[in-house]
Design a binder for this molecule. Sequence first.
Ligand SMILES: NC(=O)c1ccc[n+]([C@@H]2O[C@H](COP(=O)([O-])OP(=O)(O)OC[C@H]3O[C@@H](n4cnc5c(N)ncnc54)[C@H](O)[C@@H]3O)[C@@H](O)[C@H]2O)c1
Length: 108
Amino acid sequence: LLREGACVVLADIDETALAAANDELSKAYGKDFVRLVRVDVTSEDQVASGFAETAVEFGGVDILVSNAGLASSAPIEETTLALWNKNMDILSTGYFLVSREAFRLFRA
Ligand SMILES: NC(=O)c1ccc[n+]([C@@H]2O[C@H](COP(=O)([O-])OP(=O)(O)OC[C@H]3O[C@@H](n4cnc5c(N)ncnc54)[C@H](O)[C@@H]3O)[C@@H](O)[C@H]2O)c1
């Protein structure tokens, strides 16, 4: 699906998941195909540095797949404010921060 020479940068807060995905993709496509950056999408600084590392290594980004997330589920009367805020932090603020940084890089 990807043109020859394309690379994928995987960003996630979970280093174990990153390592597992790296093993799988490296075996399938070669070790130069994939790079890893540990990023918490709720952190403005970490999102910026993840894109900066990617730009230094590859000169930019062509496609962003923004899919960090969680699937919490509870009846509303049992949903704590902490769980609500966690959902908002990752699924709202996180998507904003990641998209904003990607647009800055796309324009540049
Ligand atoms: N898989 C589906 O069928 C499906 C359907 C509809 C919606 N969704 C939603 O899409 C999103 C992704 O789904 P998925 O199946 O890939 O889930 P997944 O759990 O396999 O992957 C989500 C990834 O996001 C990472 N993550 C969580 N918090 C993070 C943070 N703060 N910073 C960086 N990374 C973080 C997790 O470590 C995990 O690797 C979720 O929000 C899910 O609810 C999924």
